[in-house]
Design a binder for this molecule. Sequence first.
Ligand SMILES: NC(=O)C1=CN([C@@H]2O[C@H](COP(=O)(O)OP(=O)(O)OC[C@H]3O[C@@H](n4cnc5c(N)ncnc54)[C@H](OP(=O)(O)O)[C@@H]3O)[C@@H](O)[C@H]2O)C=CC1
Ligand SMILES: CC(C)(CO)C(=O)C(=O)O
Length: 317
Amino acid sequence: MKITILGAGAMGCMLAKAIESPGNEVNLVDPYEAHMEKIRKDGIRIIDRTGGESTVKVTSANTSSENLEVQDVVVILVKGYDTEKILTENMNIVGDKTVVMTLQNGIGNVDILKKYIKEENIAQGIMFISASIEEPGVISAGYDSEKTNVIFGAINENHDDKLFHEIEKTFSMNDIKTELNPDVDRIMWRKLYINAIYNLPCAVMHLSTKYTRTDENSVAILKAISDEFIAVTDKLGYNFDGDKLFRKYVTDAFEEYGDILPSAAQDTQKHRKTEAEFLNGAIVRQAKKLGLEAPVNETIYRLAMVQMNNYDNMFSL
Ligand SMILES: NC(=O)C1=CN([C@@H]2O[C@H](COP(=O)(O)OP(=O)(O)OC[C@H]3O[C@@H](n4cnc5c(N)ncnc54)[C@H](OP(=O)(O)O)[C@@H]3O)[C@@H](O)[C@H]2O)C=CC1
Ligand SMILES: CC(C)(CO)C(=O)C(=O)O
């Protein structure tokens, strides 16, 4: 299978690890020239946070897709604010049957894909991996190889089911497990719960997950975000158990992501944009559509926007 990953940052490189096998062509496209050059020369070095290292070899790693043919699958793994740009820049590798898949966090990327791609060719999903670029060509990552790490699904019943099952196999070549799941919409909202309580709150508080869970004022904010999320998702018909989710991810020890810097906090540290629109911003948009209010999500979203619009104007701590 010919697969191109548009956006070969932390998660794009982890997906390359999932696909690498002699039968597959894996192409990376990313504007980070030094990163692409290092990967072309030495492959991707992946440092597992629980110990161990591996090297992933890809077919090509370039800043542009101009030399690539039409692909079987194109996966978008840039940050949400770059989705439209990267897709429109690379339509040369998208053919009539190419599956275009978003594995980005949050809600809203599919609506962007729908503007350019037939619905039966769109796939959406989510990755249960935490990773960051340490230096060009080097990724540090944490994931549980006993669990499913990537879940994806179709958005339209007229999709090519055989091809989607082939993709499931192709994306499970190594110790990263990928699952095709008909309930992917619900799973994406369920993942948004974790991102909504941690990504922007950690970004605006400048704290890792551990300290947002141990300060009582912060816990009160996380609880309010959680309650509003549950009101919205109840109205969408998902009926998540809010108390159980809050206990699992906030009150009790949260081993998987015990003390990490979520991707939006990493972005803030580097004075980059965050995916605010696709995280708490998406909850606010959905609440409005449903005639609900989500004032705490809206405040966190707006604080994150103020912060990312004013990196140059801030005093330092
Ligand atoms: N990191 C994590 O732990 C997790 C991240 N996610 C999600 O995965 C997605 C990707 O995040 P992540 O891998 O962390 O992000 P990174 O910042 O590590 O990587 C994104 C990459 O996309 C590149 N890019 C941006 N615009 C373009 C373009 N026009 N053409 C080609 N490449 C482009 C970026 O380059 P440049 O830097 O030059 O802009 C960057 O290298 C996000 O939706 C995130 O929320 C999900 C789970 C966990
Ligand atoms: C849940 C978490 C924090 C790690 O996978 C994440 O999705 C992110 O960092 O954006």
